[in-house]
Design a protein around this ligand. Structure first.
Ligand SMILES: C[S@@+](CC[C@H](N)C(=O)[O-])C[C@H]1O[C@@H](n2cnc3c(N)ncnc32)[C@H](O)[C@@H]1O
Length: 237
C-alpha cells in the first residue's frame, strides 16, 4: 500500500502492502534496529510466559535438530535475543533429562522488503561446531544455532510440513495483510474517506478491520498447523 498526503486525507493505491511494507532498515538514527527498545522491554516482561510455553514443547531425540522460527523478525537485535533465550532454555531441558542438547536451527522470517542484510550483520559468529554442544552453548559471544532468513508473508505457507518445533512471533500479527476492500469503497458504509486511522470512524469501518483480522489470523493458524511438528508449540504476542 502506498500512501501519499493529499489535504487532510491520503491516497491509497492498490499496490500490495506486503511488497513494500517494512520497518526502517539499516542501523541509522531512525532505523528499527535503533528504535525497538520498547518492544525489547515488553519482550523481557513476557519471558516467564515464553518459558512456560517452552516447558510444554515435546522434545524429540537429541539426534534430531530442534527447529525454531521467529515470524516478523524485523531487522533489529530483539529477534536474536529472543531466539537465544529459546535455545538456551530448550538446551537446559535436554540437560536436565541427562542428554546432550541437539543441534539447533533458527529461521528468521519477515516480508521480502525486510532488511535481512542488517539483521544478518547483527548475528554473533557461529560457535565452533568441532567442540561439544555444551561448550557451544556456554560461549555467550557466539551463536549456538544455524541461522537462515525466510522471506515471505506469515499469512501463507513458509516452511515444509511438520518441520518446526517452536514458532515465535511478537509485535507483528496486528499488521493485517491488506486494507479491507470495503474501507476503500466509496459506496460502502465502511468507507473510511481515505484515512489510515479508525479513530472516530463508524462501526462498519471498525467491523471491516475486525473481519480482516479474523480472516488473516485464520490463514496464519492454518499455515502454522501444517508446519508445526507433532508436540510443537507456538508463542504469539
Ligand atoms: C514491530 S516489528 C516487530 C519485530 C520483532 N518481532 C521485535 O519484537 O522487535 C513487526 C514486523 O512484522 C513484519 N510483518 C508485518 N506483516 C507481516 C507479514 N504478513 N508476514 C511477515 N512479517 C510481517 C514487519 O515487516 C515487521 O518487521
Amino acid at each position: 500500500m502506498f500512501m501519499a498526503p493529499k489535504g487532510d486525507n491520503v491516497l491509497v493505491s492498490s499496490i500490495k502492502l506486503e511488497k513494500i511494507f517494512s520497518m526502517k532498515g539499516g542501523k541509522g538514527e531512525s532505523s528499527y534496529a535503533n528504535n525497538s527498545k520498547a518492544q525489547a522491554i515488553h519482550a523481557r516482561s513476557m519471558l516467564h510466559l515464553l518459558k512456560e510455553t517452552l516447558d510444554r514443547v515435546q522434545l524429540s531425540s537429541p539426534e534430531v535438530p530442534f527447529v525454531v522460527a521467529d515470524l516478523g523478525c524485523s531487522s533489529g537485535s530483539n529477534t536474536i535475543n529472543t531466539v537465544d533465550v529459546i535455545i538456551k532454555h530448550i538446551a537446559k531441558r535436554y540437560e536436565a533429562l541427562g542428554y546432550n542438547p541437539p543441534e539447533f536451527s533458527a529461521f528468521f522470517s519477515d516480508l521480502p522488503s525486510n532488511d535481512f542484510n542488517t539483521l544478518f550483520q547483527l548475528f554473533p559468529p557461529l560457535a565452533n561446531h568441532g567442540g561439544s554442544m555444551e561448550e557451544t552453548l556456554a560461549a555467550d559471544s557466539h551463536r549456538s544455532y544455524f541461522a537462515a532468513g525466510v522471506p515471505g508473508s506469515f499469512y501463507r505457507r513458509l516452511f515444509p510440513s511438520m518441520s518446526i518445533d517452536l514458532f515465535h512471533s511478537a509485535f507483528s500479527l496486528h499488521w493485517l495483510s491488506q486494507v479491507p476492500e470495503s474501507v476503500l469503497d466509496k459506496r460502502s458504509a465502511a468507507y473510511n474517506k481515505g484515512r489510515v486511522f479508525i479513530h472516530g470512524a463508524n462501526e462498519s469501518t471498525a467491523n471491516a478491520y475486525k473481519k480482516q483480522f479474523q480472516t488473516d489470523l485464520a490463514s496464519f493458524l492454518r499455515s502454522r498447523a501444517k508446519e508445526l511438528k507433532k508436540g510443537g508449540s507456538m508463542f504469539l504476542a
